[in-house]
Write a protein that binds this ligand. Structure first.
Ligand code: CA
Length: 359
C-alpha cells in the first residue's frame, strides 16, 4: 500500500515536472555574480578567511550559479561603509559585525554582543529558536537588508593593555579601542572608548594613540601582532561573551534568486556560523601558548571588583538604551527574557559541568 502511494506521488510529481521543465531550466541556468564587501582586511585570519570560505561555499553549493567575489576593507568601500554599500545595492552581501552600525541605532548592538550577555551557544539559541532572528530581520528590513549570523567568535579576551589593571582607578582616563556597548560601559567607568577598524589597531596601540585595545582572542590577535605593542593580555571578554559575525544581503538581490539558491545562501551562512566558532575554539589555545612562550605575553584576569563594577554599569547602559526607543525595548525584552531562562539552564548544564571537569 505504501509503495503504491509512493509510486502514485512520484507519477504526479513527474507530470508536474514535465509541465514546468522549460522555465525551471531557464532559471537553473541563470548565473548570478555577487560582490561581498567586508569590514576586515583581505584574508585576515579568522574573519577575512571566514568571509572567503563563505563565498566559496556559496559558489560550490550552487554549482557555480552564484559566483561571490570578496572585497576586503577599502577594496570597494571602507570597512565601516559595508552596510550602506549593500543597502544601496553597490554590493549584494556584506560580512561584518552588527555593532559597527550603532550610529544608525543603539539597538544594532544587541545583535552583536551584550556585555555579560549570552555565550555563542546561547546567542545561537536566541537567534534560531528564541525569537532573536525575527527581530533582527525586522530591524534590517528598514534598510532593504536581510541579516543572518555567519560566524561567532566565542568568548573574547578583555584586551591588550600597555599598563596593568589592578583596580577601577586604572580604568580612569584609559583610552581604549572597544566598540559597541562595552565602549559605553568603559566610558562610564571613566575611560575613553574609541572605535577604529581592525586594520589600524596595531599602529594606534604602538604609537601610544591608544592605551589599550581589544580585538577578538588569541588566534586573531596573534595575527595582528598586538603583543608587540602591549604585553598585558587580560581576560575574560566581559564585553563580548559570544559575538555574532553577520552576513547581510541586499533584499532585491536575494529576492531575484530562485528559491533553491536562497536556501543555499542562508544555509551556507549557517554552516559558516558553525565553522568559525569551531575554528577559533580549535586555534585559540595554540595561539595563546605561542603568545606566552614565544612573545613573553602576560595573561592576567581582570580583578573581581573591576568585573562587578563593569557588570553594574553594563546593566545601566543596556536598560537606558532599551528605555529610549520602542523597538530597542522590544528587543531588550526578548533578549532579557531569554538570558534569564537560558542562564538557569546553562547553570546546571555547561557551568556545572565545567566546574565538575575542573575538580
Ligand atoms: Ca572584540
Amino acid at each position: 500500500m505504501k509503495r503504491r502511494q509512493f509510486i502514485h506521488k512520484l507519477g504526479t510529481g513527474a507530470a508536474v515536472t514535465a509541465a514546468m521543465v522549460v522555465p525551471q531550466v531557464a532559471v537553473a541556468k541563470k548565473k548570478f555574480r555577487w560582490k561581498m564587501v567586508t569590514a576586515w582586511p583581505r584574508n585576515f585570519p579568522g574573519l577575512g578567511t571566514s568571509a572567503n570560505r563563505l563565498a566559496q561555499r556559496i559558489t560550490d553549493m550552487s554549482g557555480g550559479r552564484i559566483q561571490v567575489k570578496v572585497y576586503g576593507a577599502k577594496e570597494l568601500v571602507p570597512a565601516f561603509e559595508a552596510f550602506d554599500a549593500v543597502s544601496r545595492g553597490t554590493a549584494q552581501m556584506g560580512h561584518a559585525g552588527p555593532y559597527y552600525w550603532k550610529g544608525k541605532g543603539e539597538v544594532f548592538q544587541f545583535f552583536s554582543a551584550v556585555p555579560f550577555g549570552l555565550t555563542a551557544q546561547e546567542v545561537n539559541a536566541w537567534l534560531y529558536h528564541g525569537g532573536g532572528m525575527d527581530l533582527w530581520r525586522e530591524l534590517y528590513a528598514r534598510f532593504d537588508l536581510i541579516p543572518t549570523a555567519a560566524g561567532n567568535t566565542g568568548a573574547q579576551m578583555a584586551g591588550w593593555f600597555r599598563k596593568e589593571i589592578n583596580s577601577l582607578e586604572d580604568l580612569k582616563g584609559l583610552k581604549m579601542r572597544i566598540p559597541g556597548l562595552g565602549g559605553e560601559v568603559l566610558k562610564r567607568a571613566g575611560g575613553t572608548p574609541v572605535n577604529i577598524p581592525g586594520g589600524e589597531l596595531f599602529t594606534a596601540l604602538q604609537s601610544g594613540a591608544i592605551d589599550a585595545t581589544e580585538w577578538v582572542g588569541p588566534y586573531n590577535d596573534l595575527a595582528f601582532g598586538l603583543y608587540k605593542a602591549a604585553k598585558n593580555y587580560y581576560y575574560p571578554g566581559w564585553h563580548e561573551p559570544g559575538s555574532v559575525i553577520e552576513c547581510f544581503i541586499n533584499r532585491s538581490a536575494f529576492e531575484a534568486l530562485p528559491k533553491d539558491l536562497q536556501h543555499i545562501v542562508l544555509g551556507a551562512c549557517q554552516a559558516a556560523n558553525l565553522d568559525m566558532i569551531s575554528e577559533l575554539t580549535a586555534r585559540n589555545q595554540q595561539a595563546l601558548e605561542t603568545l606566552v612562550n614565544e612573545h613573553g605575553v602576560k595573561v592576567r584576569p581582570l580583578p573581581d571588583d573591576v568585573l562587578k563594577k563593569l557588570k553594574t554599569l553594563s546593566s545601566e547602559v543596556v536598560e537606558e538604551i532599551a528605555a529610549a526607543d520602542p523597538f530597542a525595548r522590544k528587543v531588550y525584552a526578548s533578549f532579557n527574557r531569554f538570558r534569564k531562562q537560558v542562564s538557569s539552564w546553562s547553570g546546571i548544564a555547561e557551568q556545572a559541568f565545567m566546574r565538575a571537569r575542573a575538580l
